[in-house]
Write a protein that binds this ligand. Structure first.
Ligand code: MG
Length: 453
């Protein structure tokens, strides 16, 4: 069962003396009408139209054809009204309406349109105009004579080629769409779209989940941009899809529609051929089915779900950042919590860090010993060249102290003493300890004495 949620707003704008727009919120039917005509005729036309639309639709079968019939009836009633009162002669109105209807197959959203009020659909991040304007500038655009920018400033941009109430009969565009959870529909009079660009409209619709907030913001923006006309906005959200389940809002990149708006179905053709599904009727627009995502409780307001999603996302990102910071700190501690004895410019140097560095942590010189590499015991030179790791600075200093060779020439005749510390054999010699600098004070420094006596 498809569920809808909606918001609406209308405003006289900054220039006009009266508000000739009307909107209708009578779920599952929603509409916007923009009246035109002298004196109060425009207000009458739009009011008569939406009242007739509602009355006829609610008496009808709730089908696409029922919506089309209601639009035809609205046209007839506005026209008849104009015939009975000379002050109202020539009045007319636009009408754009959307209704949840029994379609084939299943529930569908039917959109009826006459004039230059518009219906848009926001699906994912993509906003598209669903209706086609019945205006002179739209015809010029279609013929390639002007572009959208030129149409926006064209002196005859207000001239309509179709409107309700001008003739006893009118052709009504009917568009059928399969509702999908997360779809957001916008109905609006031209007072919005002449002031606010589609990109800004789309950003508001994406940003403000509450439909009342979105409609209020759009009206405010139109006024801030000039408000040269009445502004009316209705937003309708699909908060549960036709499968009776609420699914996660599909990602925009999975829901790209074919280029261009759906082809409208001319109701005159539909009626003559016995219905929207009859021979000769264009195929209704059928969109991809709903995605399957995490389920929410039936009836849960759509507006709360993006907020929950956002909080979860923030928490997840924060957790990832903390873990990365801890990991970086751990790597830094590992990389820097060590010393090694190495060589720099042929001098034995004690570095803080690890040989070769760890990631972006490179070793730094802690102590320059002043000992040339050539003065290191040959057995330890390769060890020093490759970086002899020690647990502390003092241990590294002890190592250097122990492996440095010193040649002393004496003139005494005393017994030559060769002491290797530690251990006593040069082939297995290692510093006394890698952790206890006491070796530097207790172990005799190795010396090689040559007797000359
Ligand atoms: Mg208008």
């Amino acid at each position: 069962m498809t569920e809808l949620r909606w918001g609406s707003a209308t405003d006289i704008g900054m220039v006009r003396a009266t508000n000739q727009d009307q909107f209708l919120v009578a779920t599952p039917l929603f509409a916007v009408a923009d009246g035109m005509g002298g004196h109060a005729a425009g207000e009458v036309a739009s009011k008569v139209a939406v009242d007739a639309l509602k009355a006829v639709f609610e008496r009808g079968p709730g089908t696409p054809q029922g919506l089309a019939d209601a639009a035809h009836a609205a046209n007839r009633q506005v026209w008849e009204h104009a015939q009975t009162d000379p002050d109202l002669r020539g009045m007319g109105t636009t009408l754009v309406a959307i209704a949840l209807v029994d379609g084939s197959p299943g529930e569908q959203l039917a959109i009826a349109n006459v004039g230059d009020s518009r219906a848009y659909r926001l699906r994912g991040h993509s906003l598209e105009q669903v209706t086609t304007d019945h205006s002179l500038v739209q015809e010029l655009i279609d013929e390639g004579q002007i572009n959208e920018e030129e149409a926006a400033v064209h002196p005859q941009r207000h001239v309509l080629t179709r409107a309700l109430g001008v003739d006893p009969d009118v052709a009504v565009d009917l568009i059928l769409l399969t509702p999908m959870l997360g779809d957001r529909f916008l109905l609006c009079s031209d007072g919005l779209i002449r002031e606010v660009g589609d990109d800004l409209v789309a950003s508001v619709l994406r940003r403000l989940a509450d439909p009342d907030d979105a409609t209020a913001e759009l009206v405010n923006l139109a006024k801030e941009h000039g408000g040269n006309d009445n502004i009316t906005v209705v937003v309708v959200d699909v908060v549960a899809d036709g499968e009776g389940t609420q699914t996660q809002t599909p990602a925009a990149d999975t829901l790209e529609l074919p280029d261009g708006p759906p082809d409208p179905i001319d109701v005159g053709t539909v009626a003559a051929s016995g219905g929207a599904a009859g021979p000769g009727a264009p195929e209704p627009i059928v969109d991809a089915g709903p995605s399957t995502g995490p389920m929410a409780a039936p009836g849960q307001a759509r507006s709360t779900r993006p907020r929950i999603f956002t909080l979860r996302l923030v928490a997840f990102v924060a957790a990832v950042v903390v873990l990365l910071a801890i990991a970086a700190a751990g790597v830094g501690w590992y990389a820097r919590d060590s010393y090694f004895v190495g060589v720099k410019s042929n001098e034995v140097v004690i570095f803080k860090g690890r040989p070769g560095g760890v990631l972006w942590f490179q070793p730094t010189v802690a102590v320059s010993t002043g000992v040339a590499l050539s003065h290191v015991e040959p057995a330890f030179q390769s060890d020093v060249k490759s970086g002899r790791q020690e647990g502390s600075l003092s241990a590294a200093q002890a190592f250097v102290h122990n492996v440095e060779t010193t040649t002393t020439t004496t003139t005494t005749t005393t017994t030559t003493t060769t002491t290797t510390v530690p251990p006593s054999t040069t082939t297995t010699k290692t510093p006394a300890t890698t952790t206890k600098p006491a070796a530097t004070t207790t172990a005799p420094r190795k010396s090689t004495s040559t007797s000359t006596g």
